[in-house]
Design a protein around this ligand. Structure first.
Ligand code: CA
Length: 437
């Protein structure tokens, strides 16, 4: 696990002045994305956010300012996906972070050399940060799992395996898109509880899920086990993840093999990946109530107990067509925190590889909906509308039980605490279009 070092120093400032003014992207953050200038045919390449600018890593690589492993990392980051950079592993990526931190500091003598590599974030468009070979969705909020379980199985909400293994399923990567995604309401087979037969048509219970996305860093071979003490060496970083869900399709199809078409029609990620190293100041303890089973030895370590969790504030907003047309503020639906997760990132990747499953750089692990213990911390409309029974009131007088055509969902994430620089993830936004029928 990467520890706090000089790159996290709260007193660091950058010669990129916008980084020093309440930005999501101060010099202590340095997240990665794939970008190009908007409306051009330029090749997509890697960039690092600093204030309201993007540092173009292909330009930096070509300038031959750096050498050794840092130059190797810059060349990997110049490609149209970050997979090669991710696969270089923790040590090389940490060296790159330190070099970029030093080069962007107020007192750096590299300012004149790096200034030509800056592009305003307002002038760029993003692409997927990596090729996502495989996507796995976990279910790590016990509050969400219990709330959903009560709705689908009132007599038996939380199944007995939940507290022993991180529950997950294999999803589809083919329909994961970058922030700005617009997708058609899915069509599928559903069956109302009082209907004698199912019918086929547009989803009536379309929902979002407020999640974190974890990107695999260094790959493993088939048959290779990941020790929990080294698990985070295989994690590159974290994004915000909206795992759109069709609740009526889900309710009819999910037994016996789990979610299928209710989940695979669209998912949206934020463009910036905040590295595990940037998150070092925001580690939290991993605890279990004494009445709960403690994790088996392969899913437990002293380090995981002390700092396996991540304290990341999450918030979710809606912009309805009425709000858009009337220039009204978007409305907050809920806020939560990743620290409520019942399992840590290290436990997720250790469990995933524990049968010898190969993990490949760029694979995406969804955290599962990050609902907290209170109603205001619910990470989906299914919970906010109490299973679709009580519409959720919006401040402009509108109501939502589930999503309507034209609705946009906006999610944000950030970390802050005394003694550390506040860092943000930016946002992920996506919009529901009418069903294609
Ligand atoms: Ca999910």
């Amino acid at each position: 696990m990467l520890m706090i070092n000089e790159t996290h120093d709260i007193n660091l400032t950058s010669w990129v002045s916008s980084a020093n003014n309440e930005s999501d992207f101060p010099i202590q953050n340095l997240p990665f994305a794939i970008f190009r200038r908007q409306g051009t045919n330029e090749e997509f390449r890697g960039g690092v956010a600093i204030g309201d600018q993007v540092l173009d890593l292909a330009v930096v690589a070509n300038a031959n300012i750096f050498s050794g492993s840092v130059q190797l990392a810059l060349q990997a980051a110049s490609q149209s996906t970050l997979n090669a950079l991710m696969d270089l592993g923790e040590e090389v990526n940490s060296a790159l972070r330190l070099a970029l931190s030093k080069a962007l500091r107020s007192d750096s003598d590299l300012q004149s050399a790096l200034s030509p590599a800056l592009i305003s974030q307002q002038e760029v468009e993003f692409s997927m940060p990596c090729h996502i070979g495989d996507y796995t969705d976990f279910y790590t909020s016990i509050y969400h799992a219990t709330a959903i379980g009560k709705l689908f199985r009132p007599d038996n909400p939380l199944l007995p395996n939940y507290k022993w293994i991180p529950i997950g399923y294999h999803g589809r990567s083919s329909t994961i898109g970058i922030s700005g995604q617009r997708f058609h309401r899915p069509v599928g087979q559903t069956k109302a509880p009082d209907a004698t037969e199912p019918s086929f048509g547009p989803c009536k219970r379309l929902d979002y899920e407020l999640e974190m996305g974890l990107f695999v860093g260094k790959s493993t071979e088939m048959g290779e086990i990941i020790n929990i003490e080294k698990a985070e060496q295989h994690l590159f970083g974290v994004c915000i993840f909206n795992d759109w869900s069709a609740r009526d399709i889900q309710a009819w199809e999910y037994q016996p093999l789990g979610p299928f078409l209710a989940k695979s029609f669209a998912s949206t990620i934020s463009p910036w990946i905040v590295t595990m190293e940037a998150l070092a100041p925001y580690r939290t303890v991993f605890t279990r109530p004494e009445s709960d089973p403690q994790p088996l030895p392969h899913l437990s370590s002293e380090q995981n107990n002390q700092s396996g969790g991540l304290d990341i504030d999450l918030s979710c907003f809606i912009q309805t067509p009425t709000m858009r047309e009337s220039n009204q503020q978007m409305a907050q639906l809920s806020k939560s925190n990743f620290k409520y997760s019942y399992w840590t990132p290290a436990q997720l990747i250790t469990h995933h590889a524990s049968n010898g499953c190969a993990m490949r750089s760029g694979d995406l692990l969804g955290s599962g909906t990050q609902s907290g213990p209170s109603y205001e911390e619910a990470g989906s409309l299914l919970e906010l509308s109490k299973g679709g029974k009580t519409p959720f009131d919006l401040p402009n007088g509108e109501k939502r039980t589930f999503l309507e055509d034209g609705d946009s969902i906006i999610m944000r994430a950030s970390c802050s605490k005394d003694g550390a620089a506040r860092i943000g993830f930016g946002e992920v936004v996506a919009t529901v279009l009418p069903a294609k029928v």
